[in-house]
Design a protein around this ligand. Sequence first.
Ligand SMILES: [Cu+2]
Length: 411
Amino acid sequence: MSHSAMAGSAFIAGSRGAFAQEAAAGYIPVVTPNGTTLPFRVVDGVRVFHLTAAPLRHEFAPGLTGECWGYNGSTPGPTIEAVAGDRVRIYVTNRLPERTTVHWHGLILPNGMDGVGGLNQPYILPGETFRYEFTLRHPGTFMYHPHADEMTQMGMGLMGMFVVHEPEPEHVVDRDFAVMLTEWRVPVGARRPDPREMTDFNVLTLNSRAFPGTEPLVVRTGQRVRIRLGNLSAMDNHPIHLHGYSFMITGTDGGRIPDSAQWPETTVLVPVGATRDIEFVADAPGDWAMHCHFTHHIMNQMGHAGPNMIGVEPGDLDSRIRSLLPGYMTMGQTGMAGMAEMGMPVPANSIPMQGAPGRHGHIDMGGMFTVLKVRNDVTSYEDPGWYENPPGTLARLATPEELGADGIDGA
Ligand SMILES: [Cu+2]
């Protein structure tokens, strides 16, 4: 008997926040930062879900809202969770202005359930509801997305994570996160992502949110943590770097990697159309950055068209231009960090180069960036605020005495 029986016949709410919810479903539920878990009901032993694809308004981060597409009111759609051995029935209602399907990425299932429009099934036309049903044959981290007008529908936000737990929990963790990586082109001043973009993506997201809109991953010191990363970006693999830890790569959308074949990393490359699971014991308290290591993927909307000003000495250029253009100021001569921090006026509904204030100053990163917050004494998984570094453990200005004592010249 599958674990779904434990869930009873009531809809199970998504898991967020309190510890008490963890035992409810018979496994440690996955947490989808900034997202939710898809409710289900059990009917005659079958776990029944309902997805509705529809347009929606989505906030990428404070200051930038888009007219996107998603499932059940969000992009990514709610995370689907079940247990290997479960039979699942998933109804999909199409409220989009065009036909769609859903492909269950990575799942081993009957050919007619695979969701490639035209190849495996007729399209789900606007207004129709299709029924998918199959048995989950193996545990792992999978995804779901349309296989119809793929460039448009994924470029507009239609995607979600699909987690299948082990029937007899062998590799148990205390905190289990699901994070979908994707990328968007939202022209400055526009609300509509442009799915025709091939190269110049300017909103890079974790669960469709750009920092500082990303919720931190909150963990108690000593907990075993799994982060399930999926990538349904149009064109980019993402090297996701976690600070503070060496983690093991424990799974892909092909399944769990045997212990003997796992390897340690601090950066995991998540290819387009793939998932990667990483695991570690959170034994180091602090605020640890987790971000894509492509530096252009930790920038929000920015222009690339202007001249490179680094090292330029503008002389009296500013005062001369100001006679024509009041308030003009040459920027970027010493680097570009100041631009966001200065609070440059920006076009409505845009977040150019925006980072966020941190505990010790401005964080220059935005986009595909979040924070793993590890704390000794958390009693809930709400954001605990910034880490207070214990005395003697914070980098600081060197004193002349210290420089002299250690023989540092030229400081
Ligand atoms: Cu990236």
